[in-house]
Design a protein around this ligand. Sequence first.
Ligand SMILES: C[S@@+](CC[C@H](N)C(=O)[O-])C[C@H]1O[C@@H](n2cnc3c(N)ncnc32)[C@H](O)[C@@H]1O
Length: 363
Amino acid sequence: MCNTAIKMPEKTGKGTGFDEWFLTAINGAALMMMIAIGHRTGLFDEMAKLDWTDSKTLAAKAGLNERYVREWLKALATGRVVEVDEQDYFRLPGAHAEFLTRDSEKDNLAMFAQYIPLMGKVEDYILECFYRGGGVPYENYPRFHEVMAEDSGATVLEALEEYILPLVPGIEEKLQHGIKVLDLGCGRGKALLKMAALYPNSSFVGIDLSDEAIGWAKREAKKRSLANLRFEIRDATDFDVTAEPEAYDFVTTFDAVHDQAKPLAVLKGINRTLKPDGIYLMQDIHSSSHVHKNLDHPMGPLLYTISCMHCMPVSLAQGGEGLGTMWGREKAQELLTEAGFTNIEIHRLDHDIQNDYYVITKE
Ligand SMILES: C[S@@+](CC[C@H](N)C(=O)[O-])C[C@H]1O[C@@H](n2cnc3c(N)ncnc32)[C@H](O)[C@@H]1O
């Protein structure tokens, strides 16, 4: 991922550059709308196959309306995402294509741009919450699970075998041999679909509140004939009392604790459902619990905005705590300890500036 943050001026006010910062930020926000459209329509993928092109050729290749493609190209040209010449021919530079096309899922930044229009769709609901409190349920977020699965496809799937699982001592041997694995808040279940195919001797269970996400996961498991994988629609809010005791050797959560209704109950349930020598791998957002320590976080404004527009309201809508995306390491360690875990190691991975990886055992 890119490692740059929009730097706020030290002080705000006339003559301190805030006006320039504002222009950069509003142009950036506008470009994210265009980049999201470029991703969804496949325009970047088509453009990367061409050299210099006019809007007519590109629109024909992508099967899209020429007038819209032309205006899209002009927005991206002024934003320096694509190049333009004096005859209105456009080109996507190779160095940009690398981050904007589906060629490499791991490096595809365009997909993250989709969070901006996604948040725009719930603005009215969120505005209402500013006046009356409460939250916004998952079903009010069109395409959330689709975009989330693309996101975790890049951060989790691509790195699972090479970087993520090796963080957990001995887990690959155990998975090869045959163990029981639970992924809680699995969404569309992409991590499980991959693990179930890689480790046929192990058995895998995915649970999630969303019938849409679980429906997708079940269809995909069937398509891939994965008999060692089961998905269940299940609300984890009372997992502390409903979790099957000492049932699993390995529990994972990928970006799925902070937006739960009752994160502590979920963590207590994970402790309860793990065997005494079981291991819990928690991927969650990298941050401090204290905003003043997050001022140089490379994705701070984006993640606090996603928190305000999604992670906090979906939890509050379930009568939950609304921890927020940036609950941070301090709070996470406090809740994990309260849930009964004594051994907590936190890791970072080079490819992933967004997340921390917690390797947790009971003893
Ligand atoms: C940010 S998404 C992560 C999804 C998936 N792990 C991934 O990485 O793509 C959080 C997931 O938690 C699920 N979730 C939220 N509240 C839940 C609850 N009370 N019980 C079970 N799942 C819940 C959501 O439906 C969502 O799929």
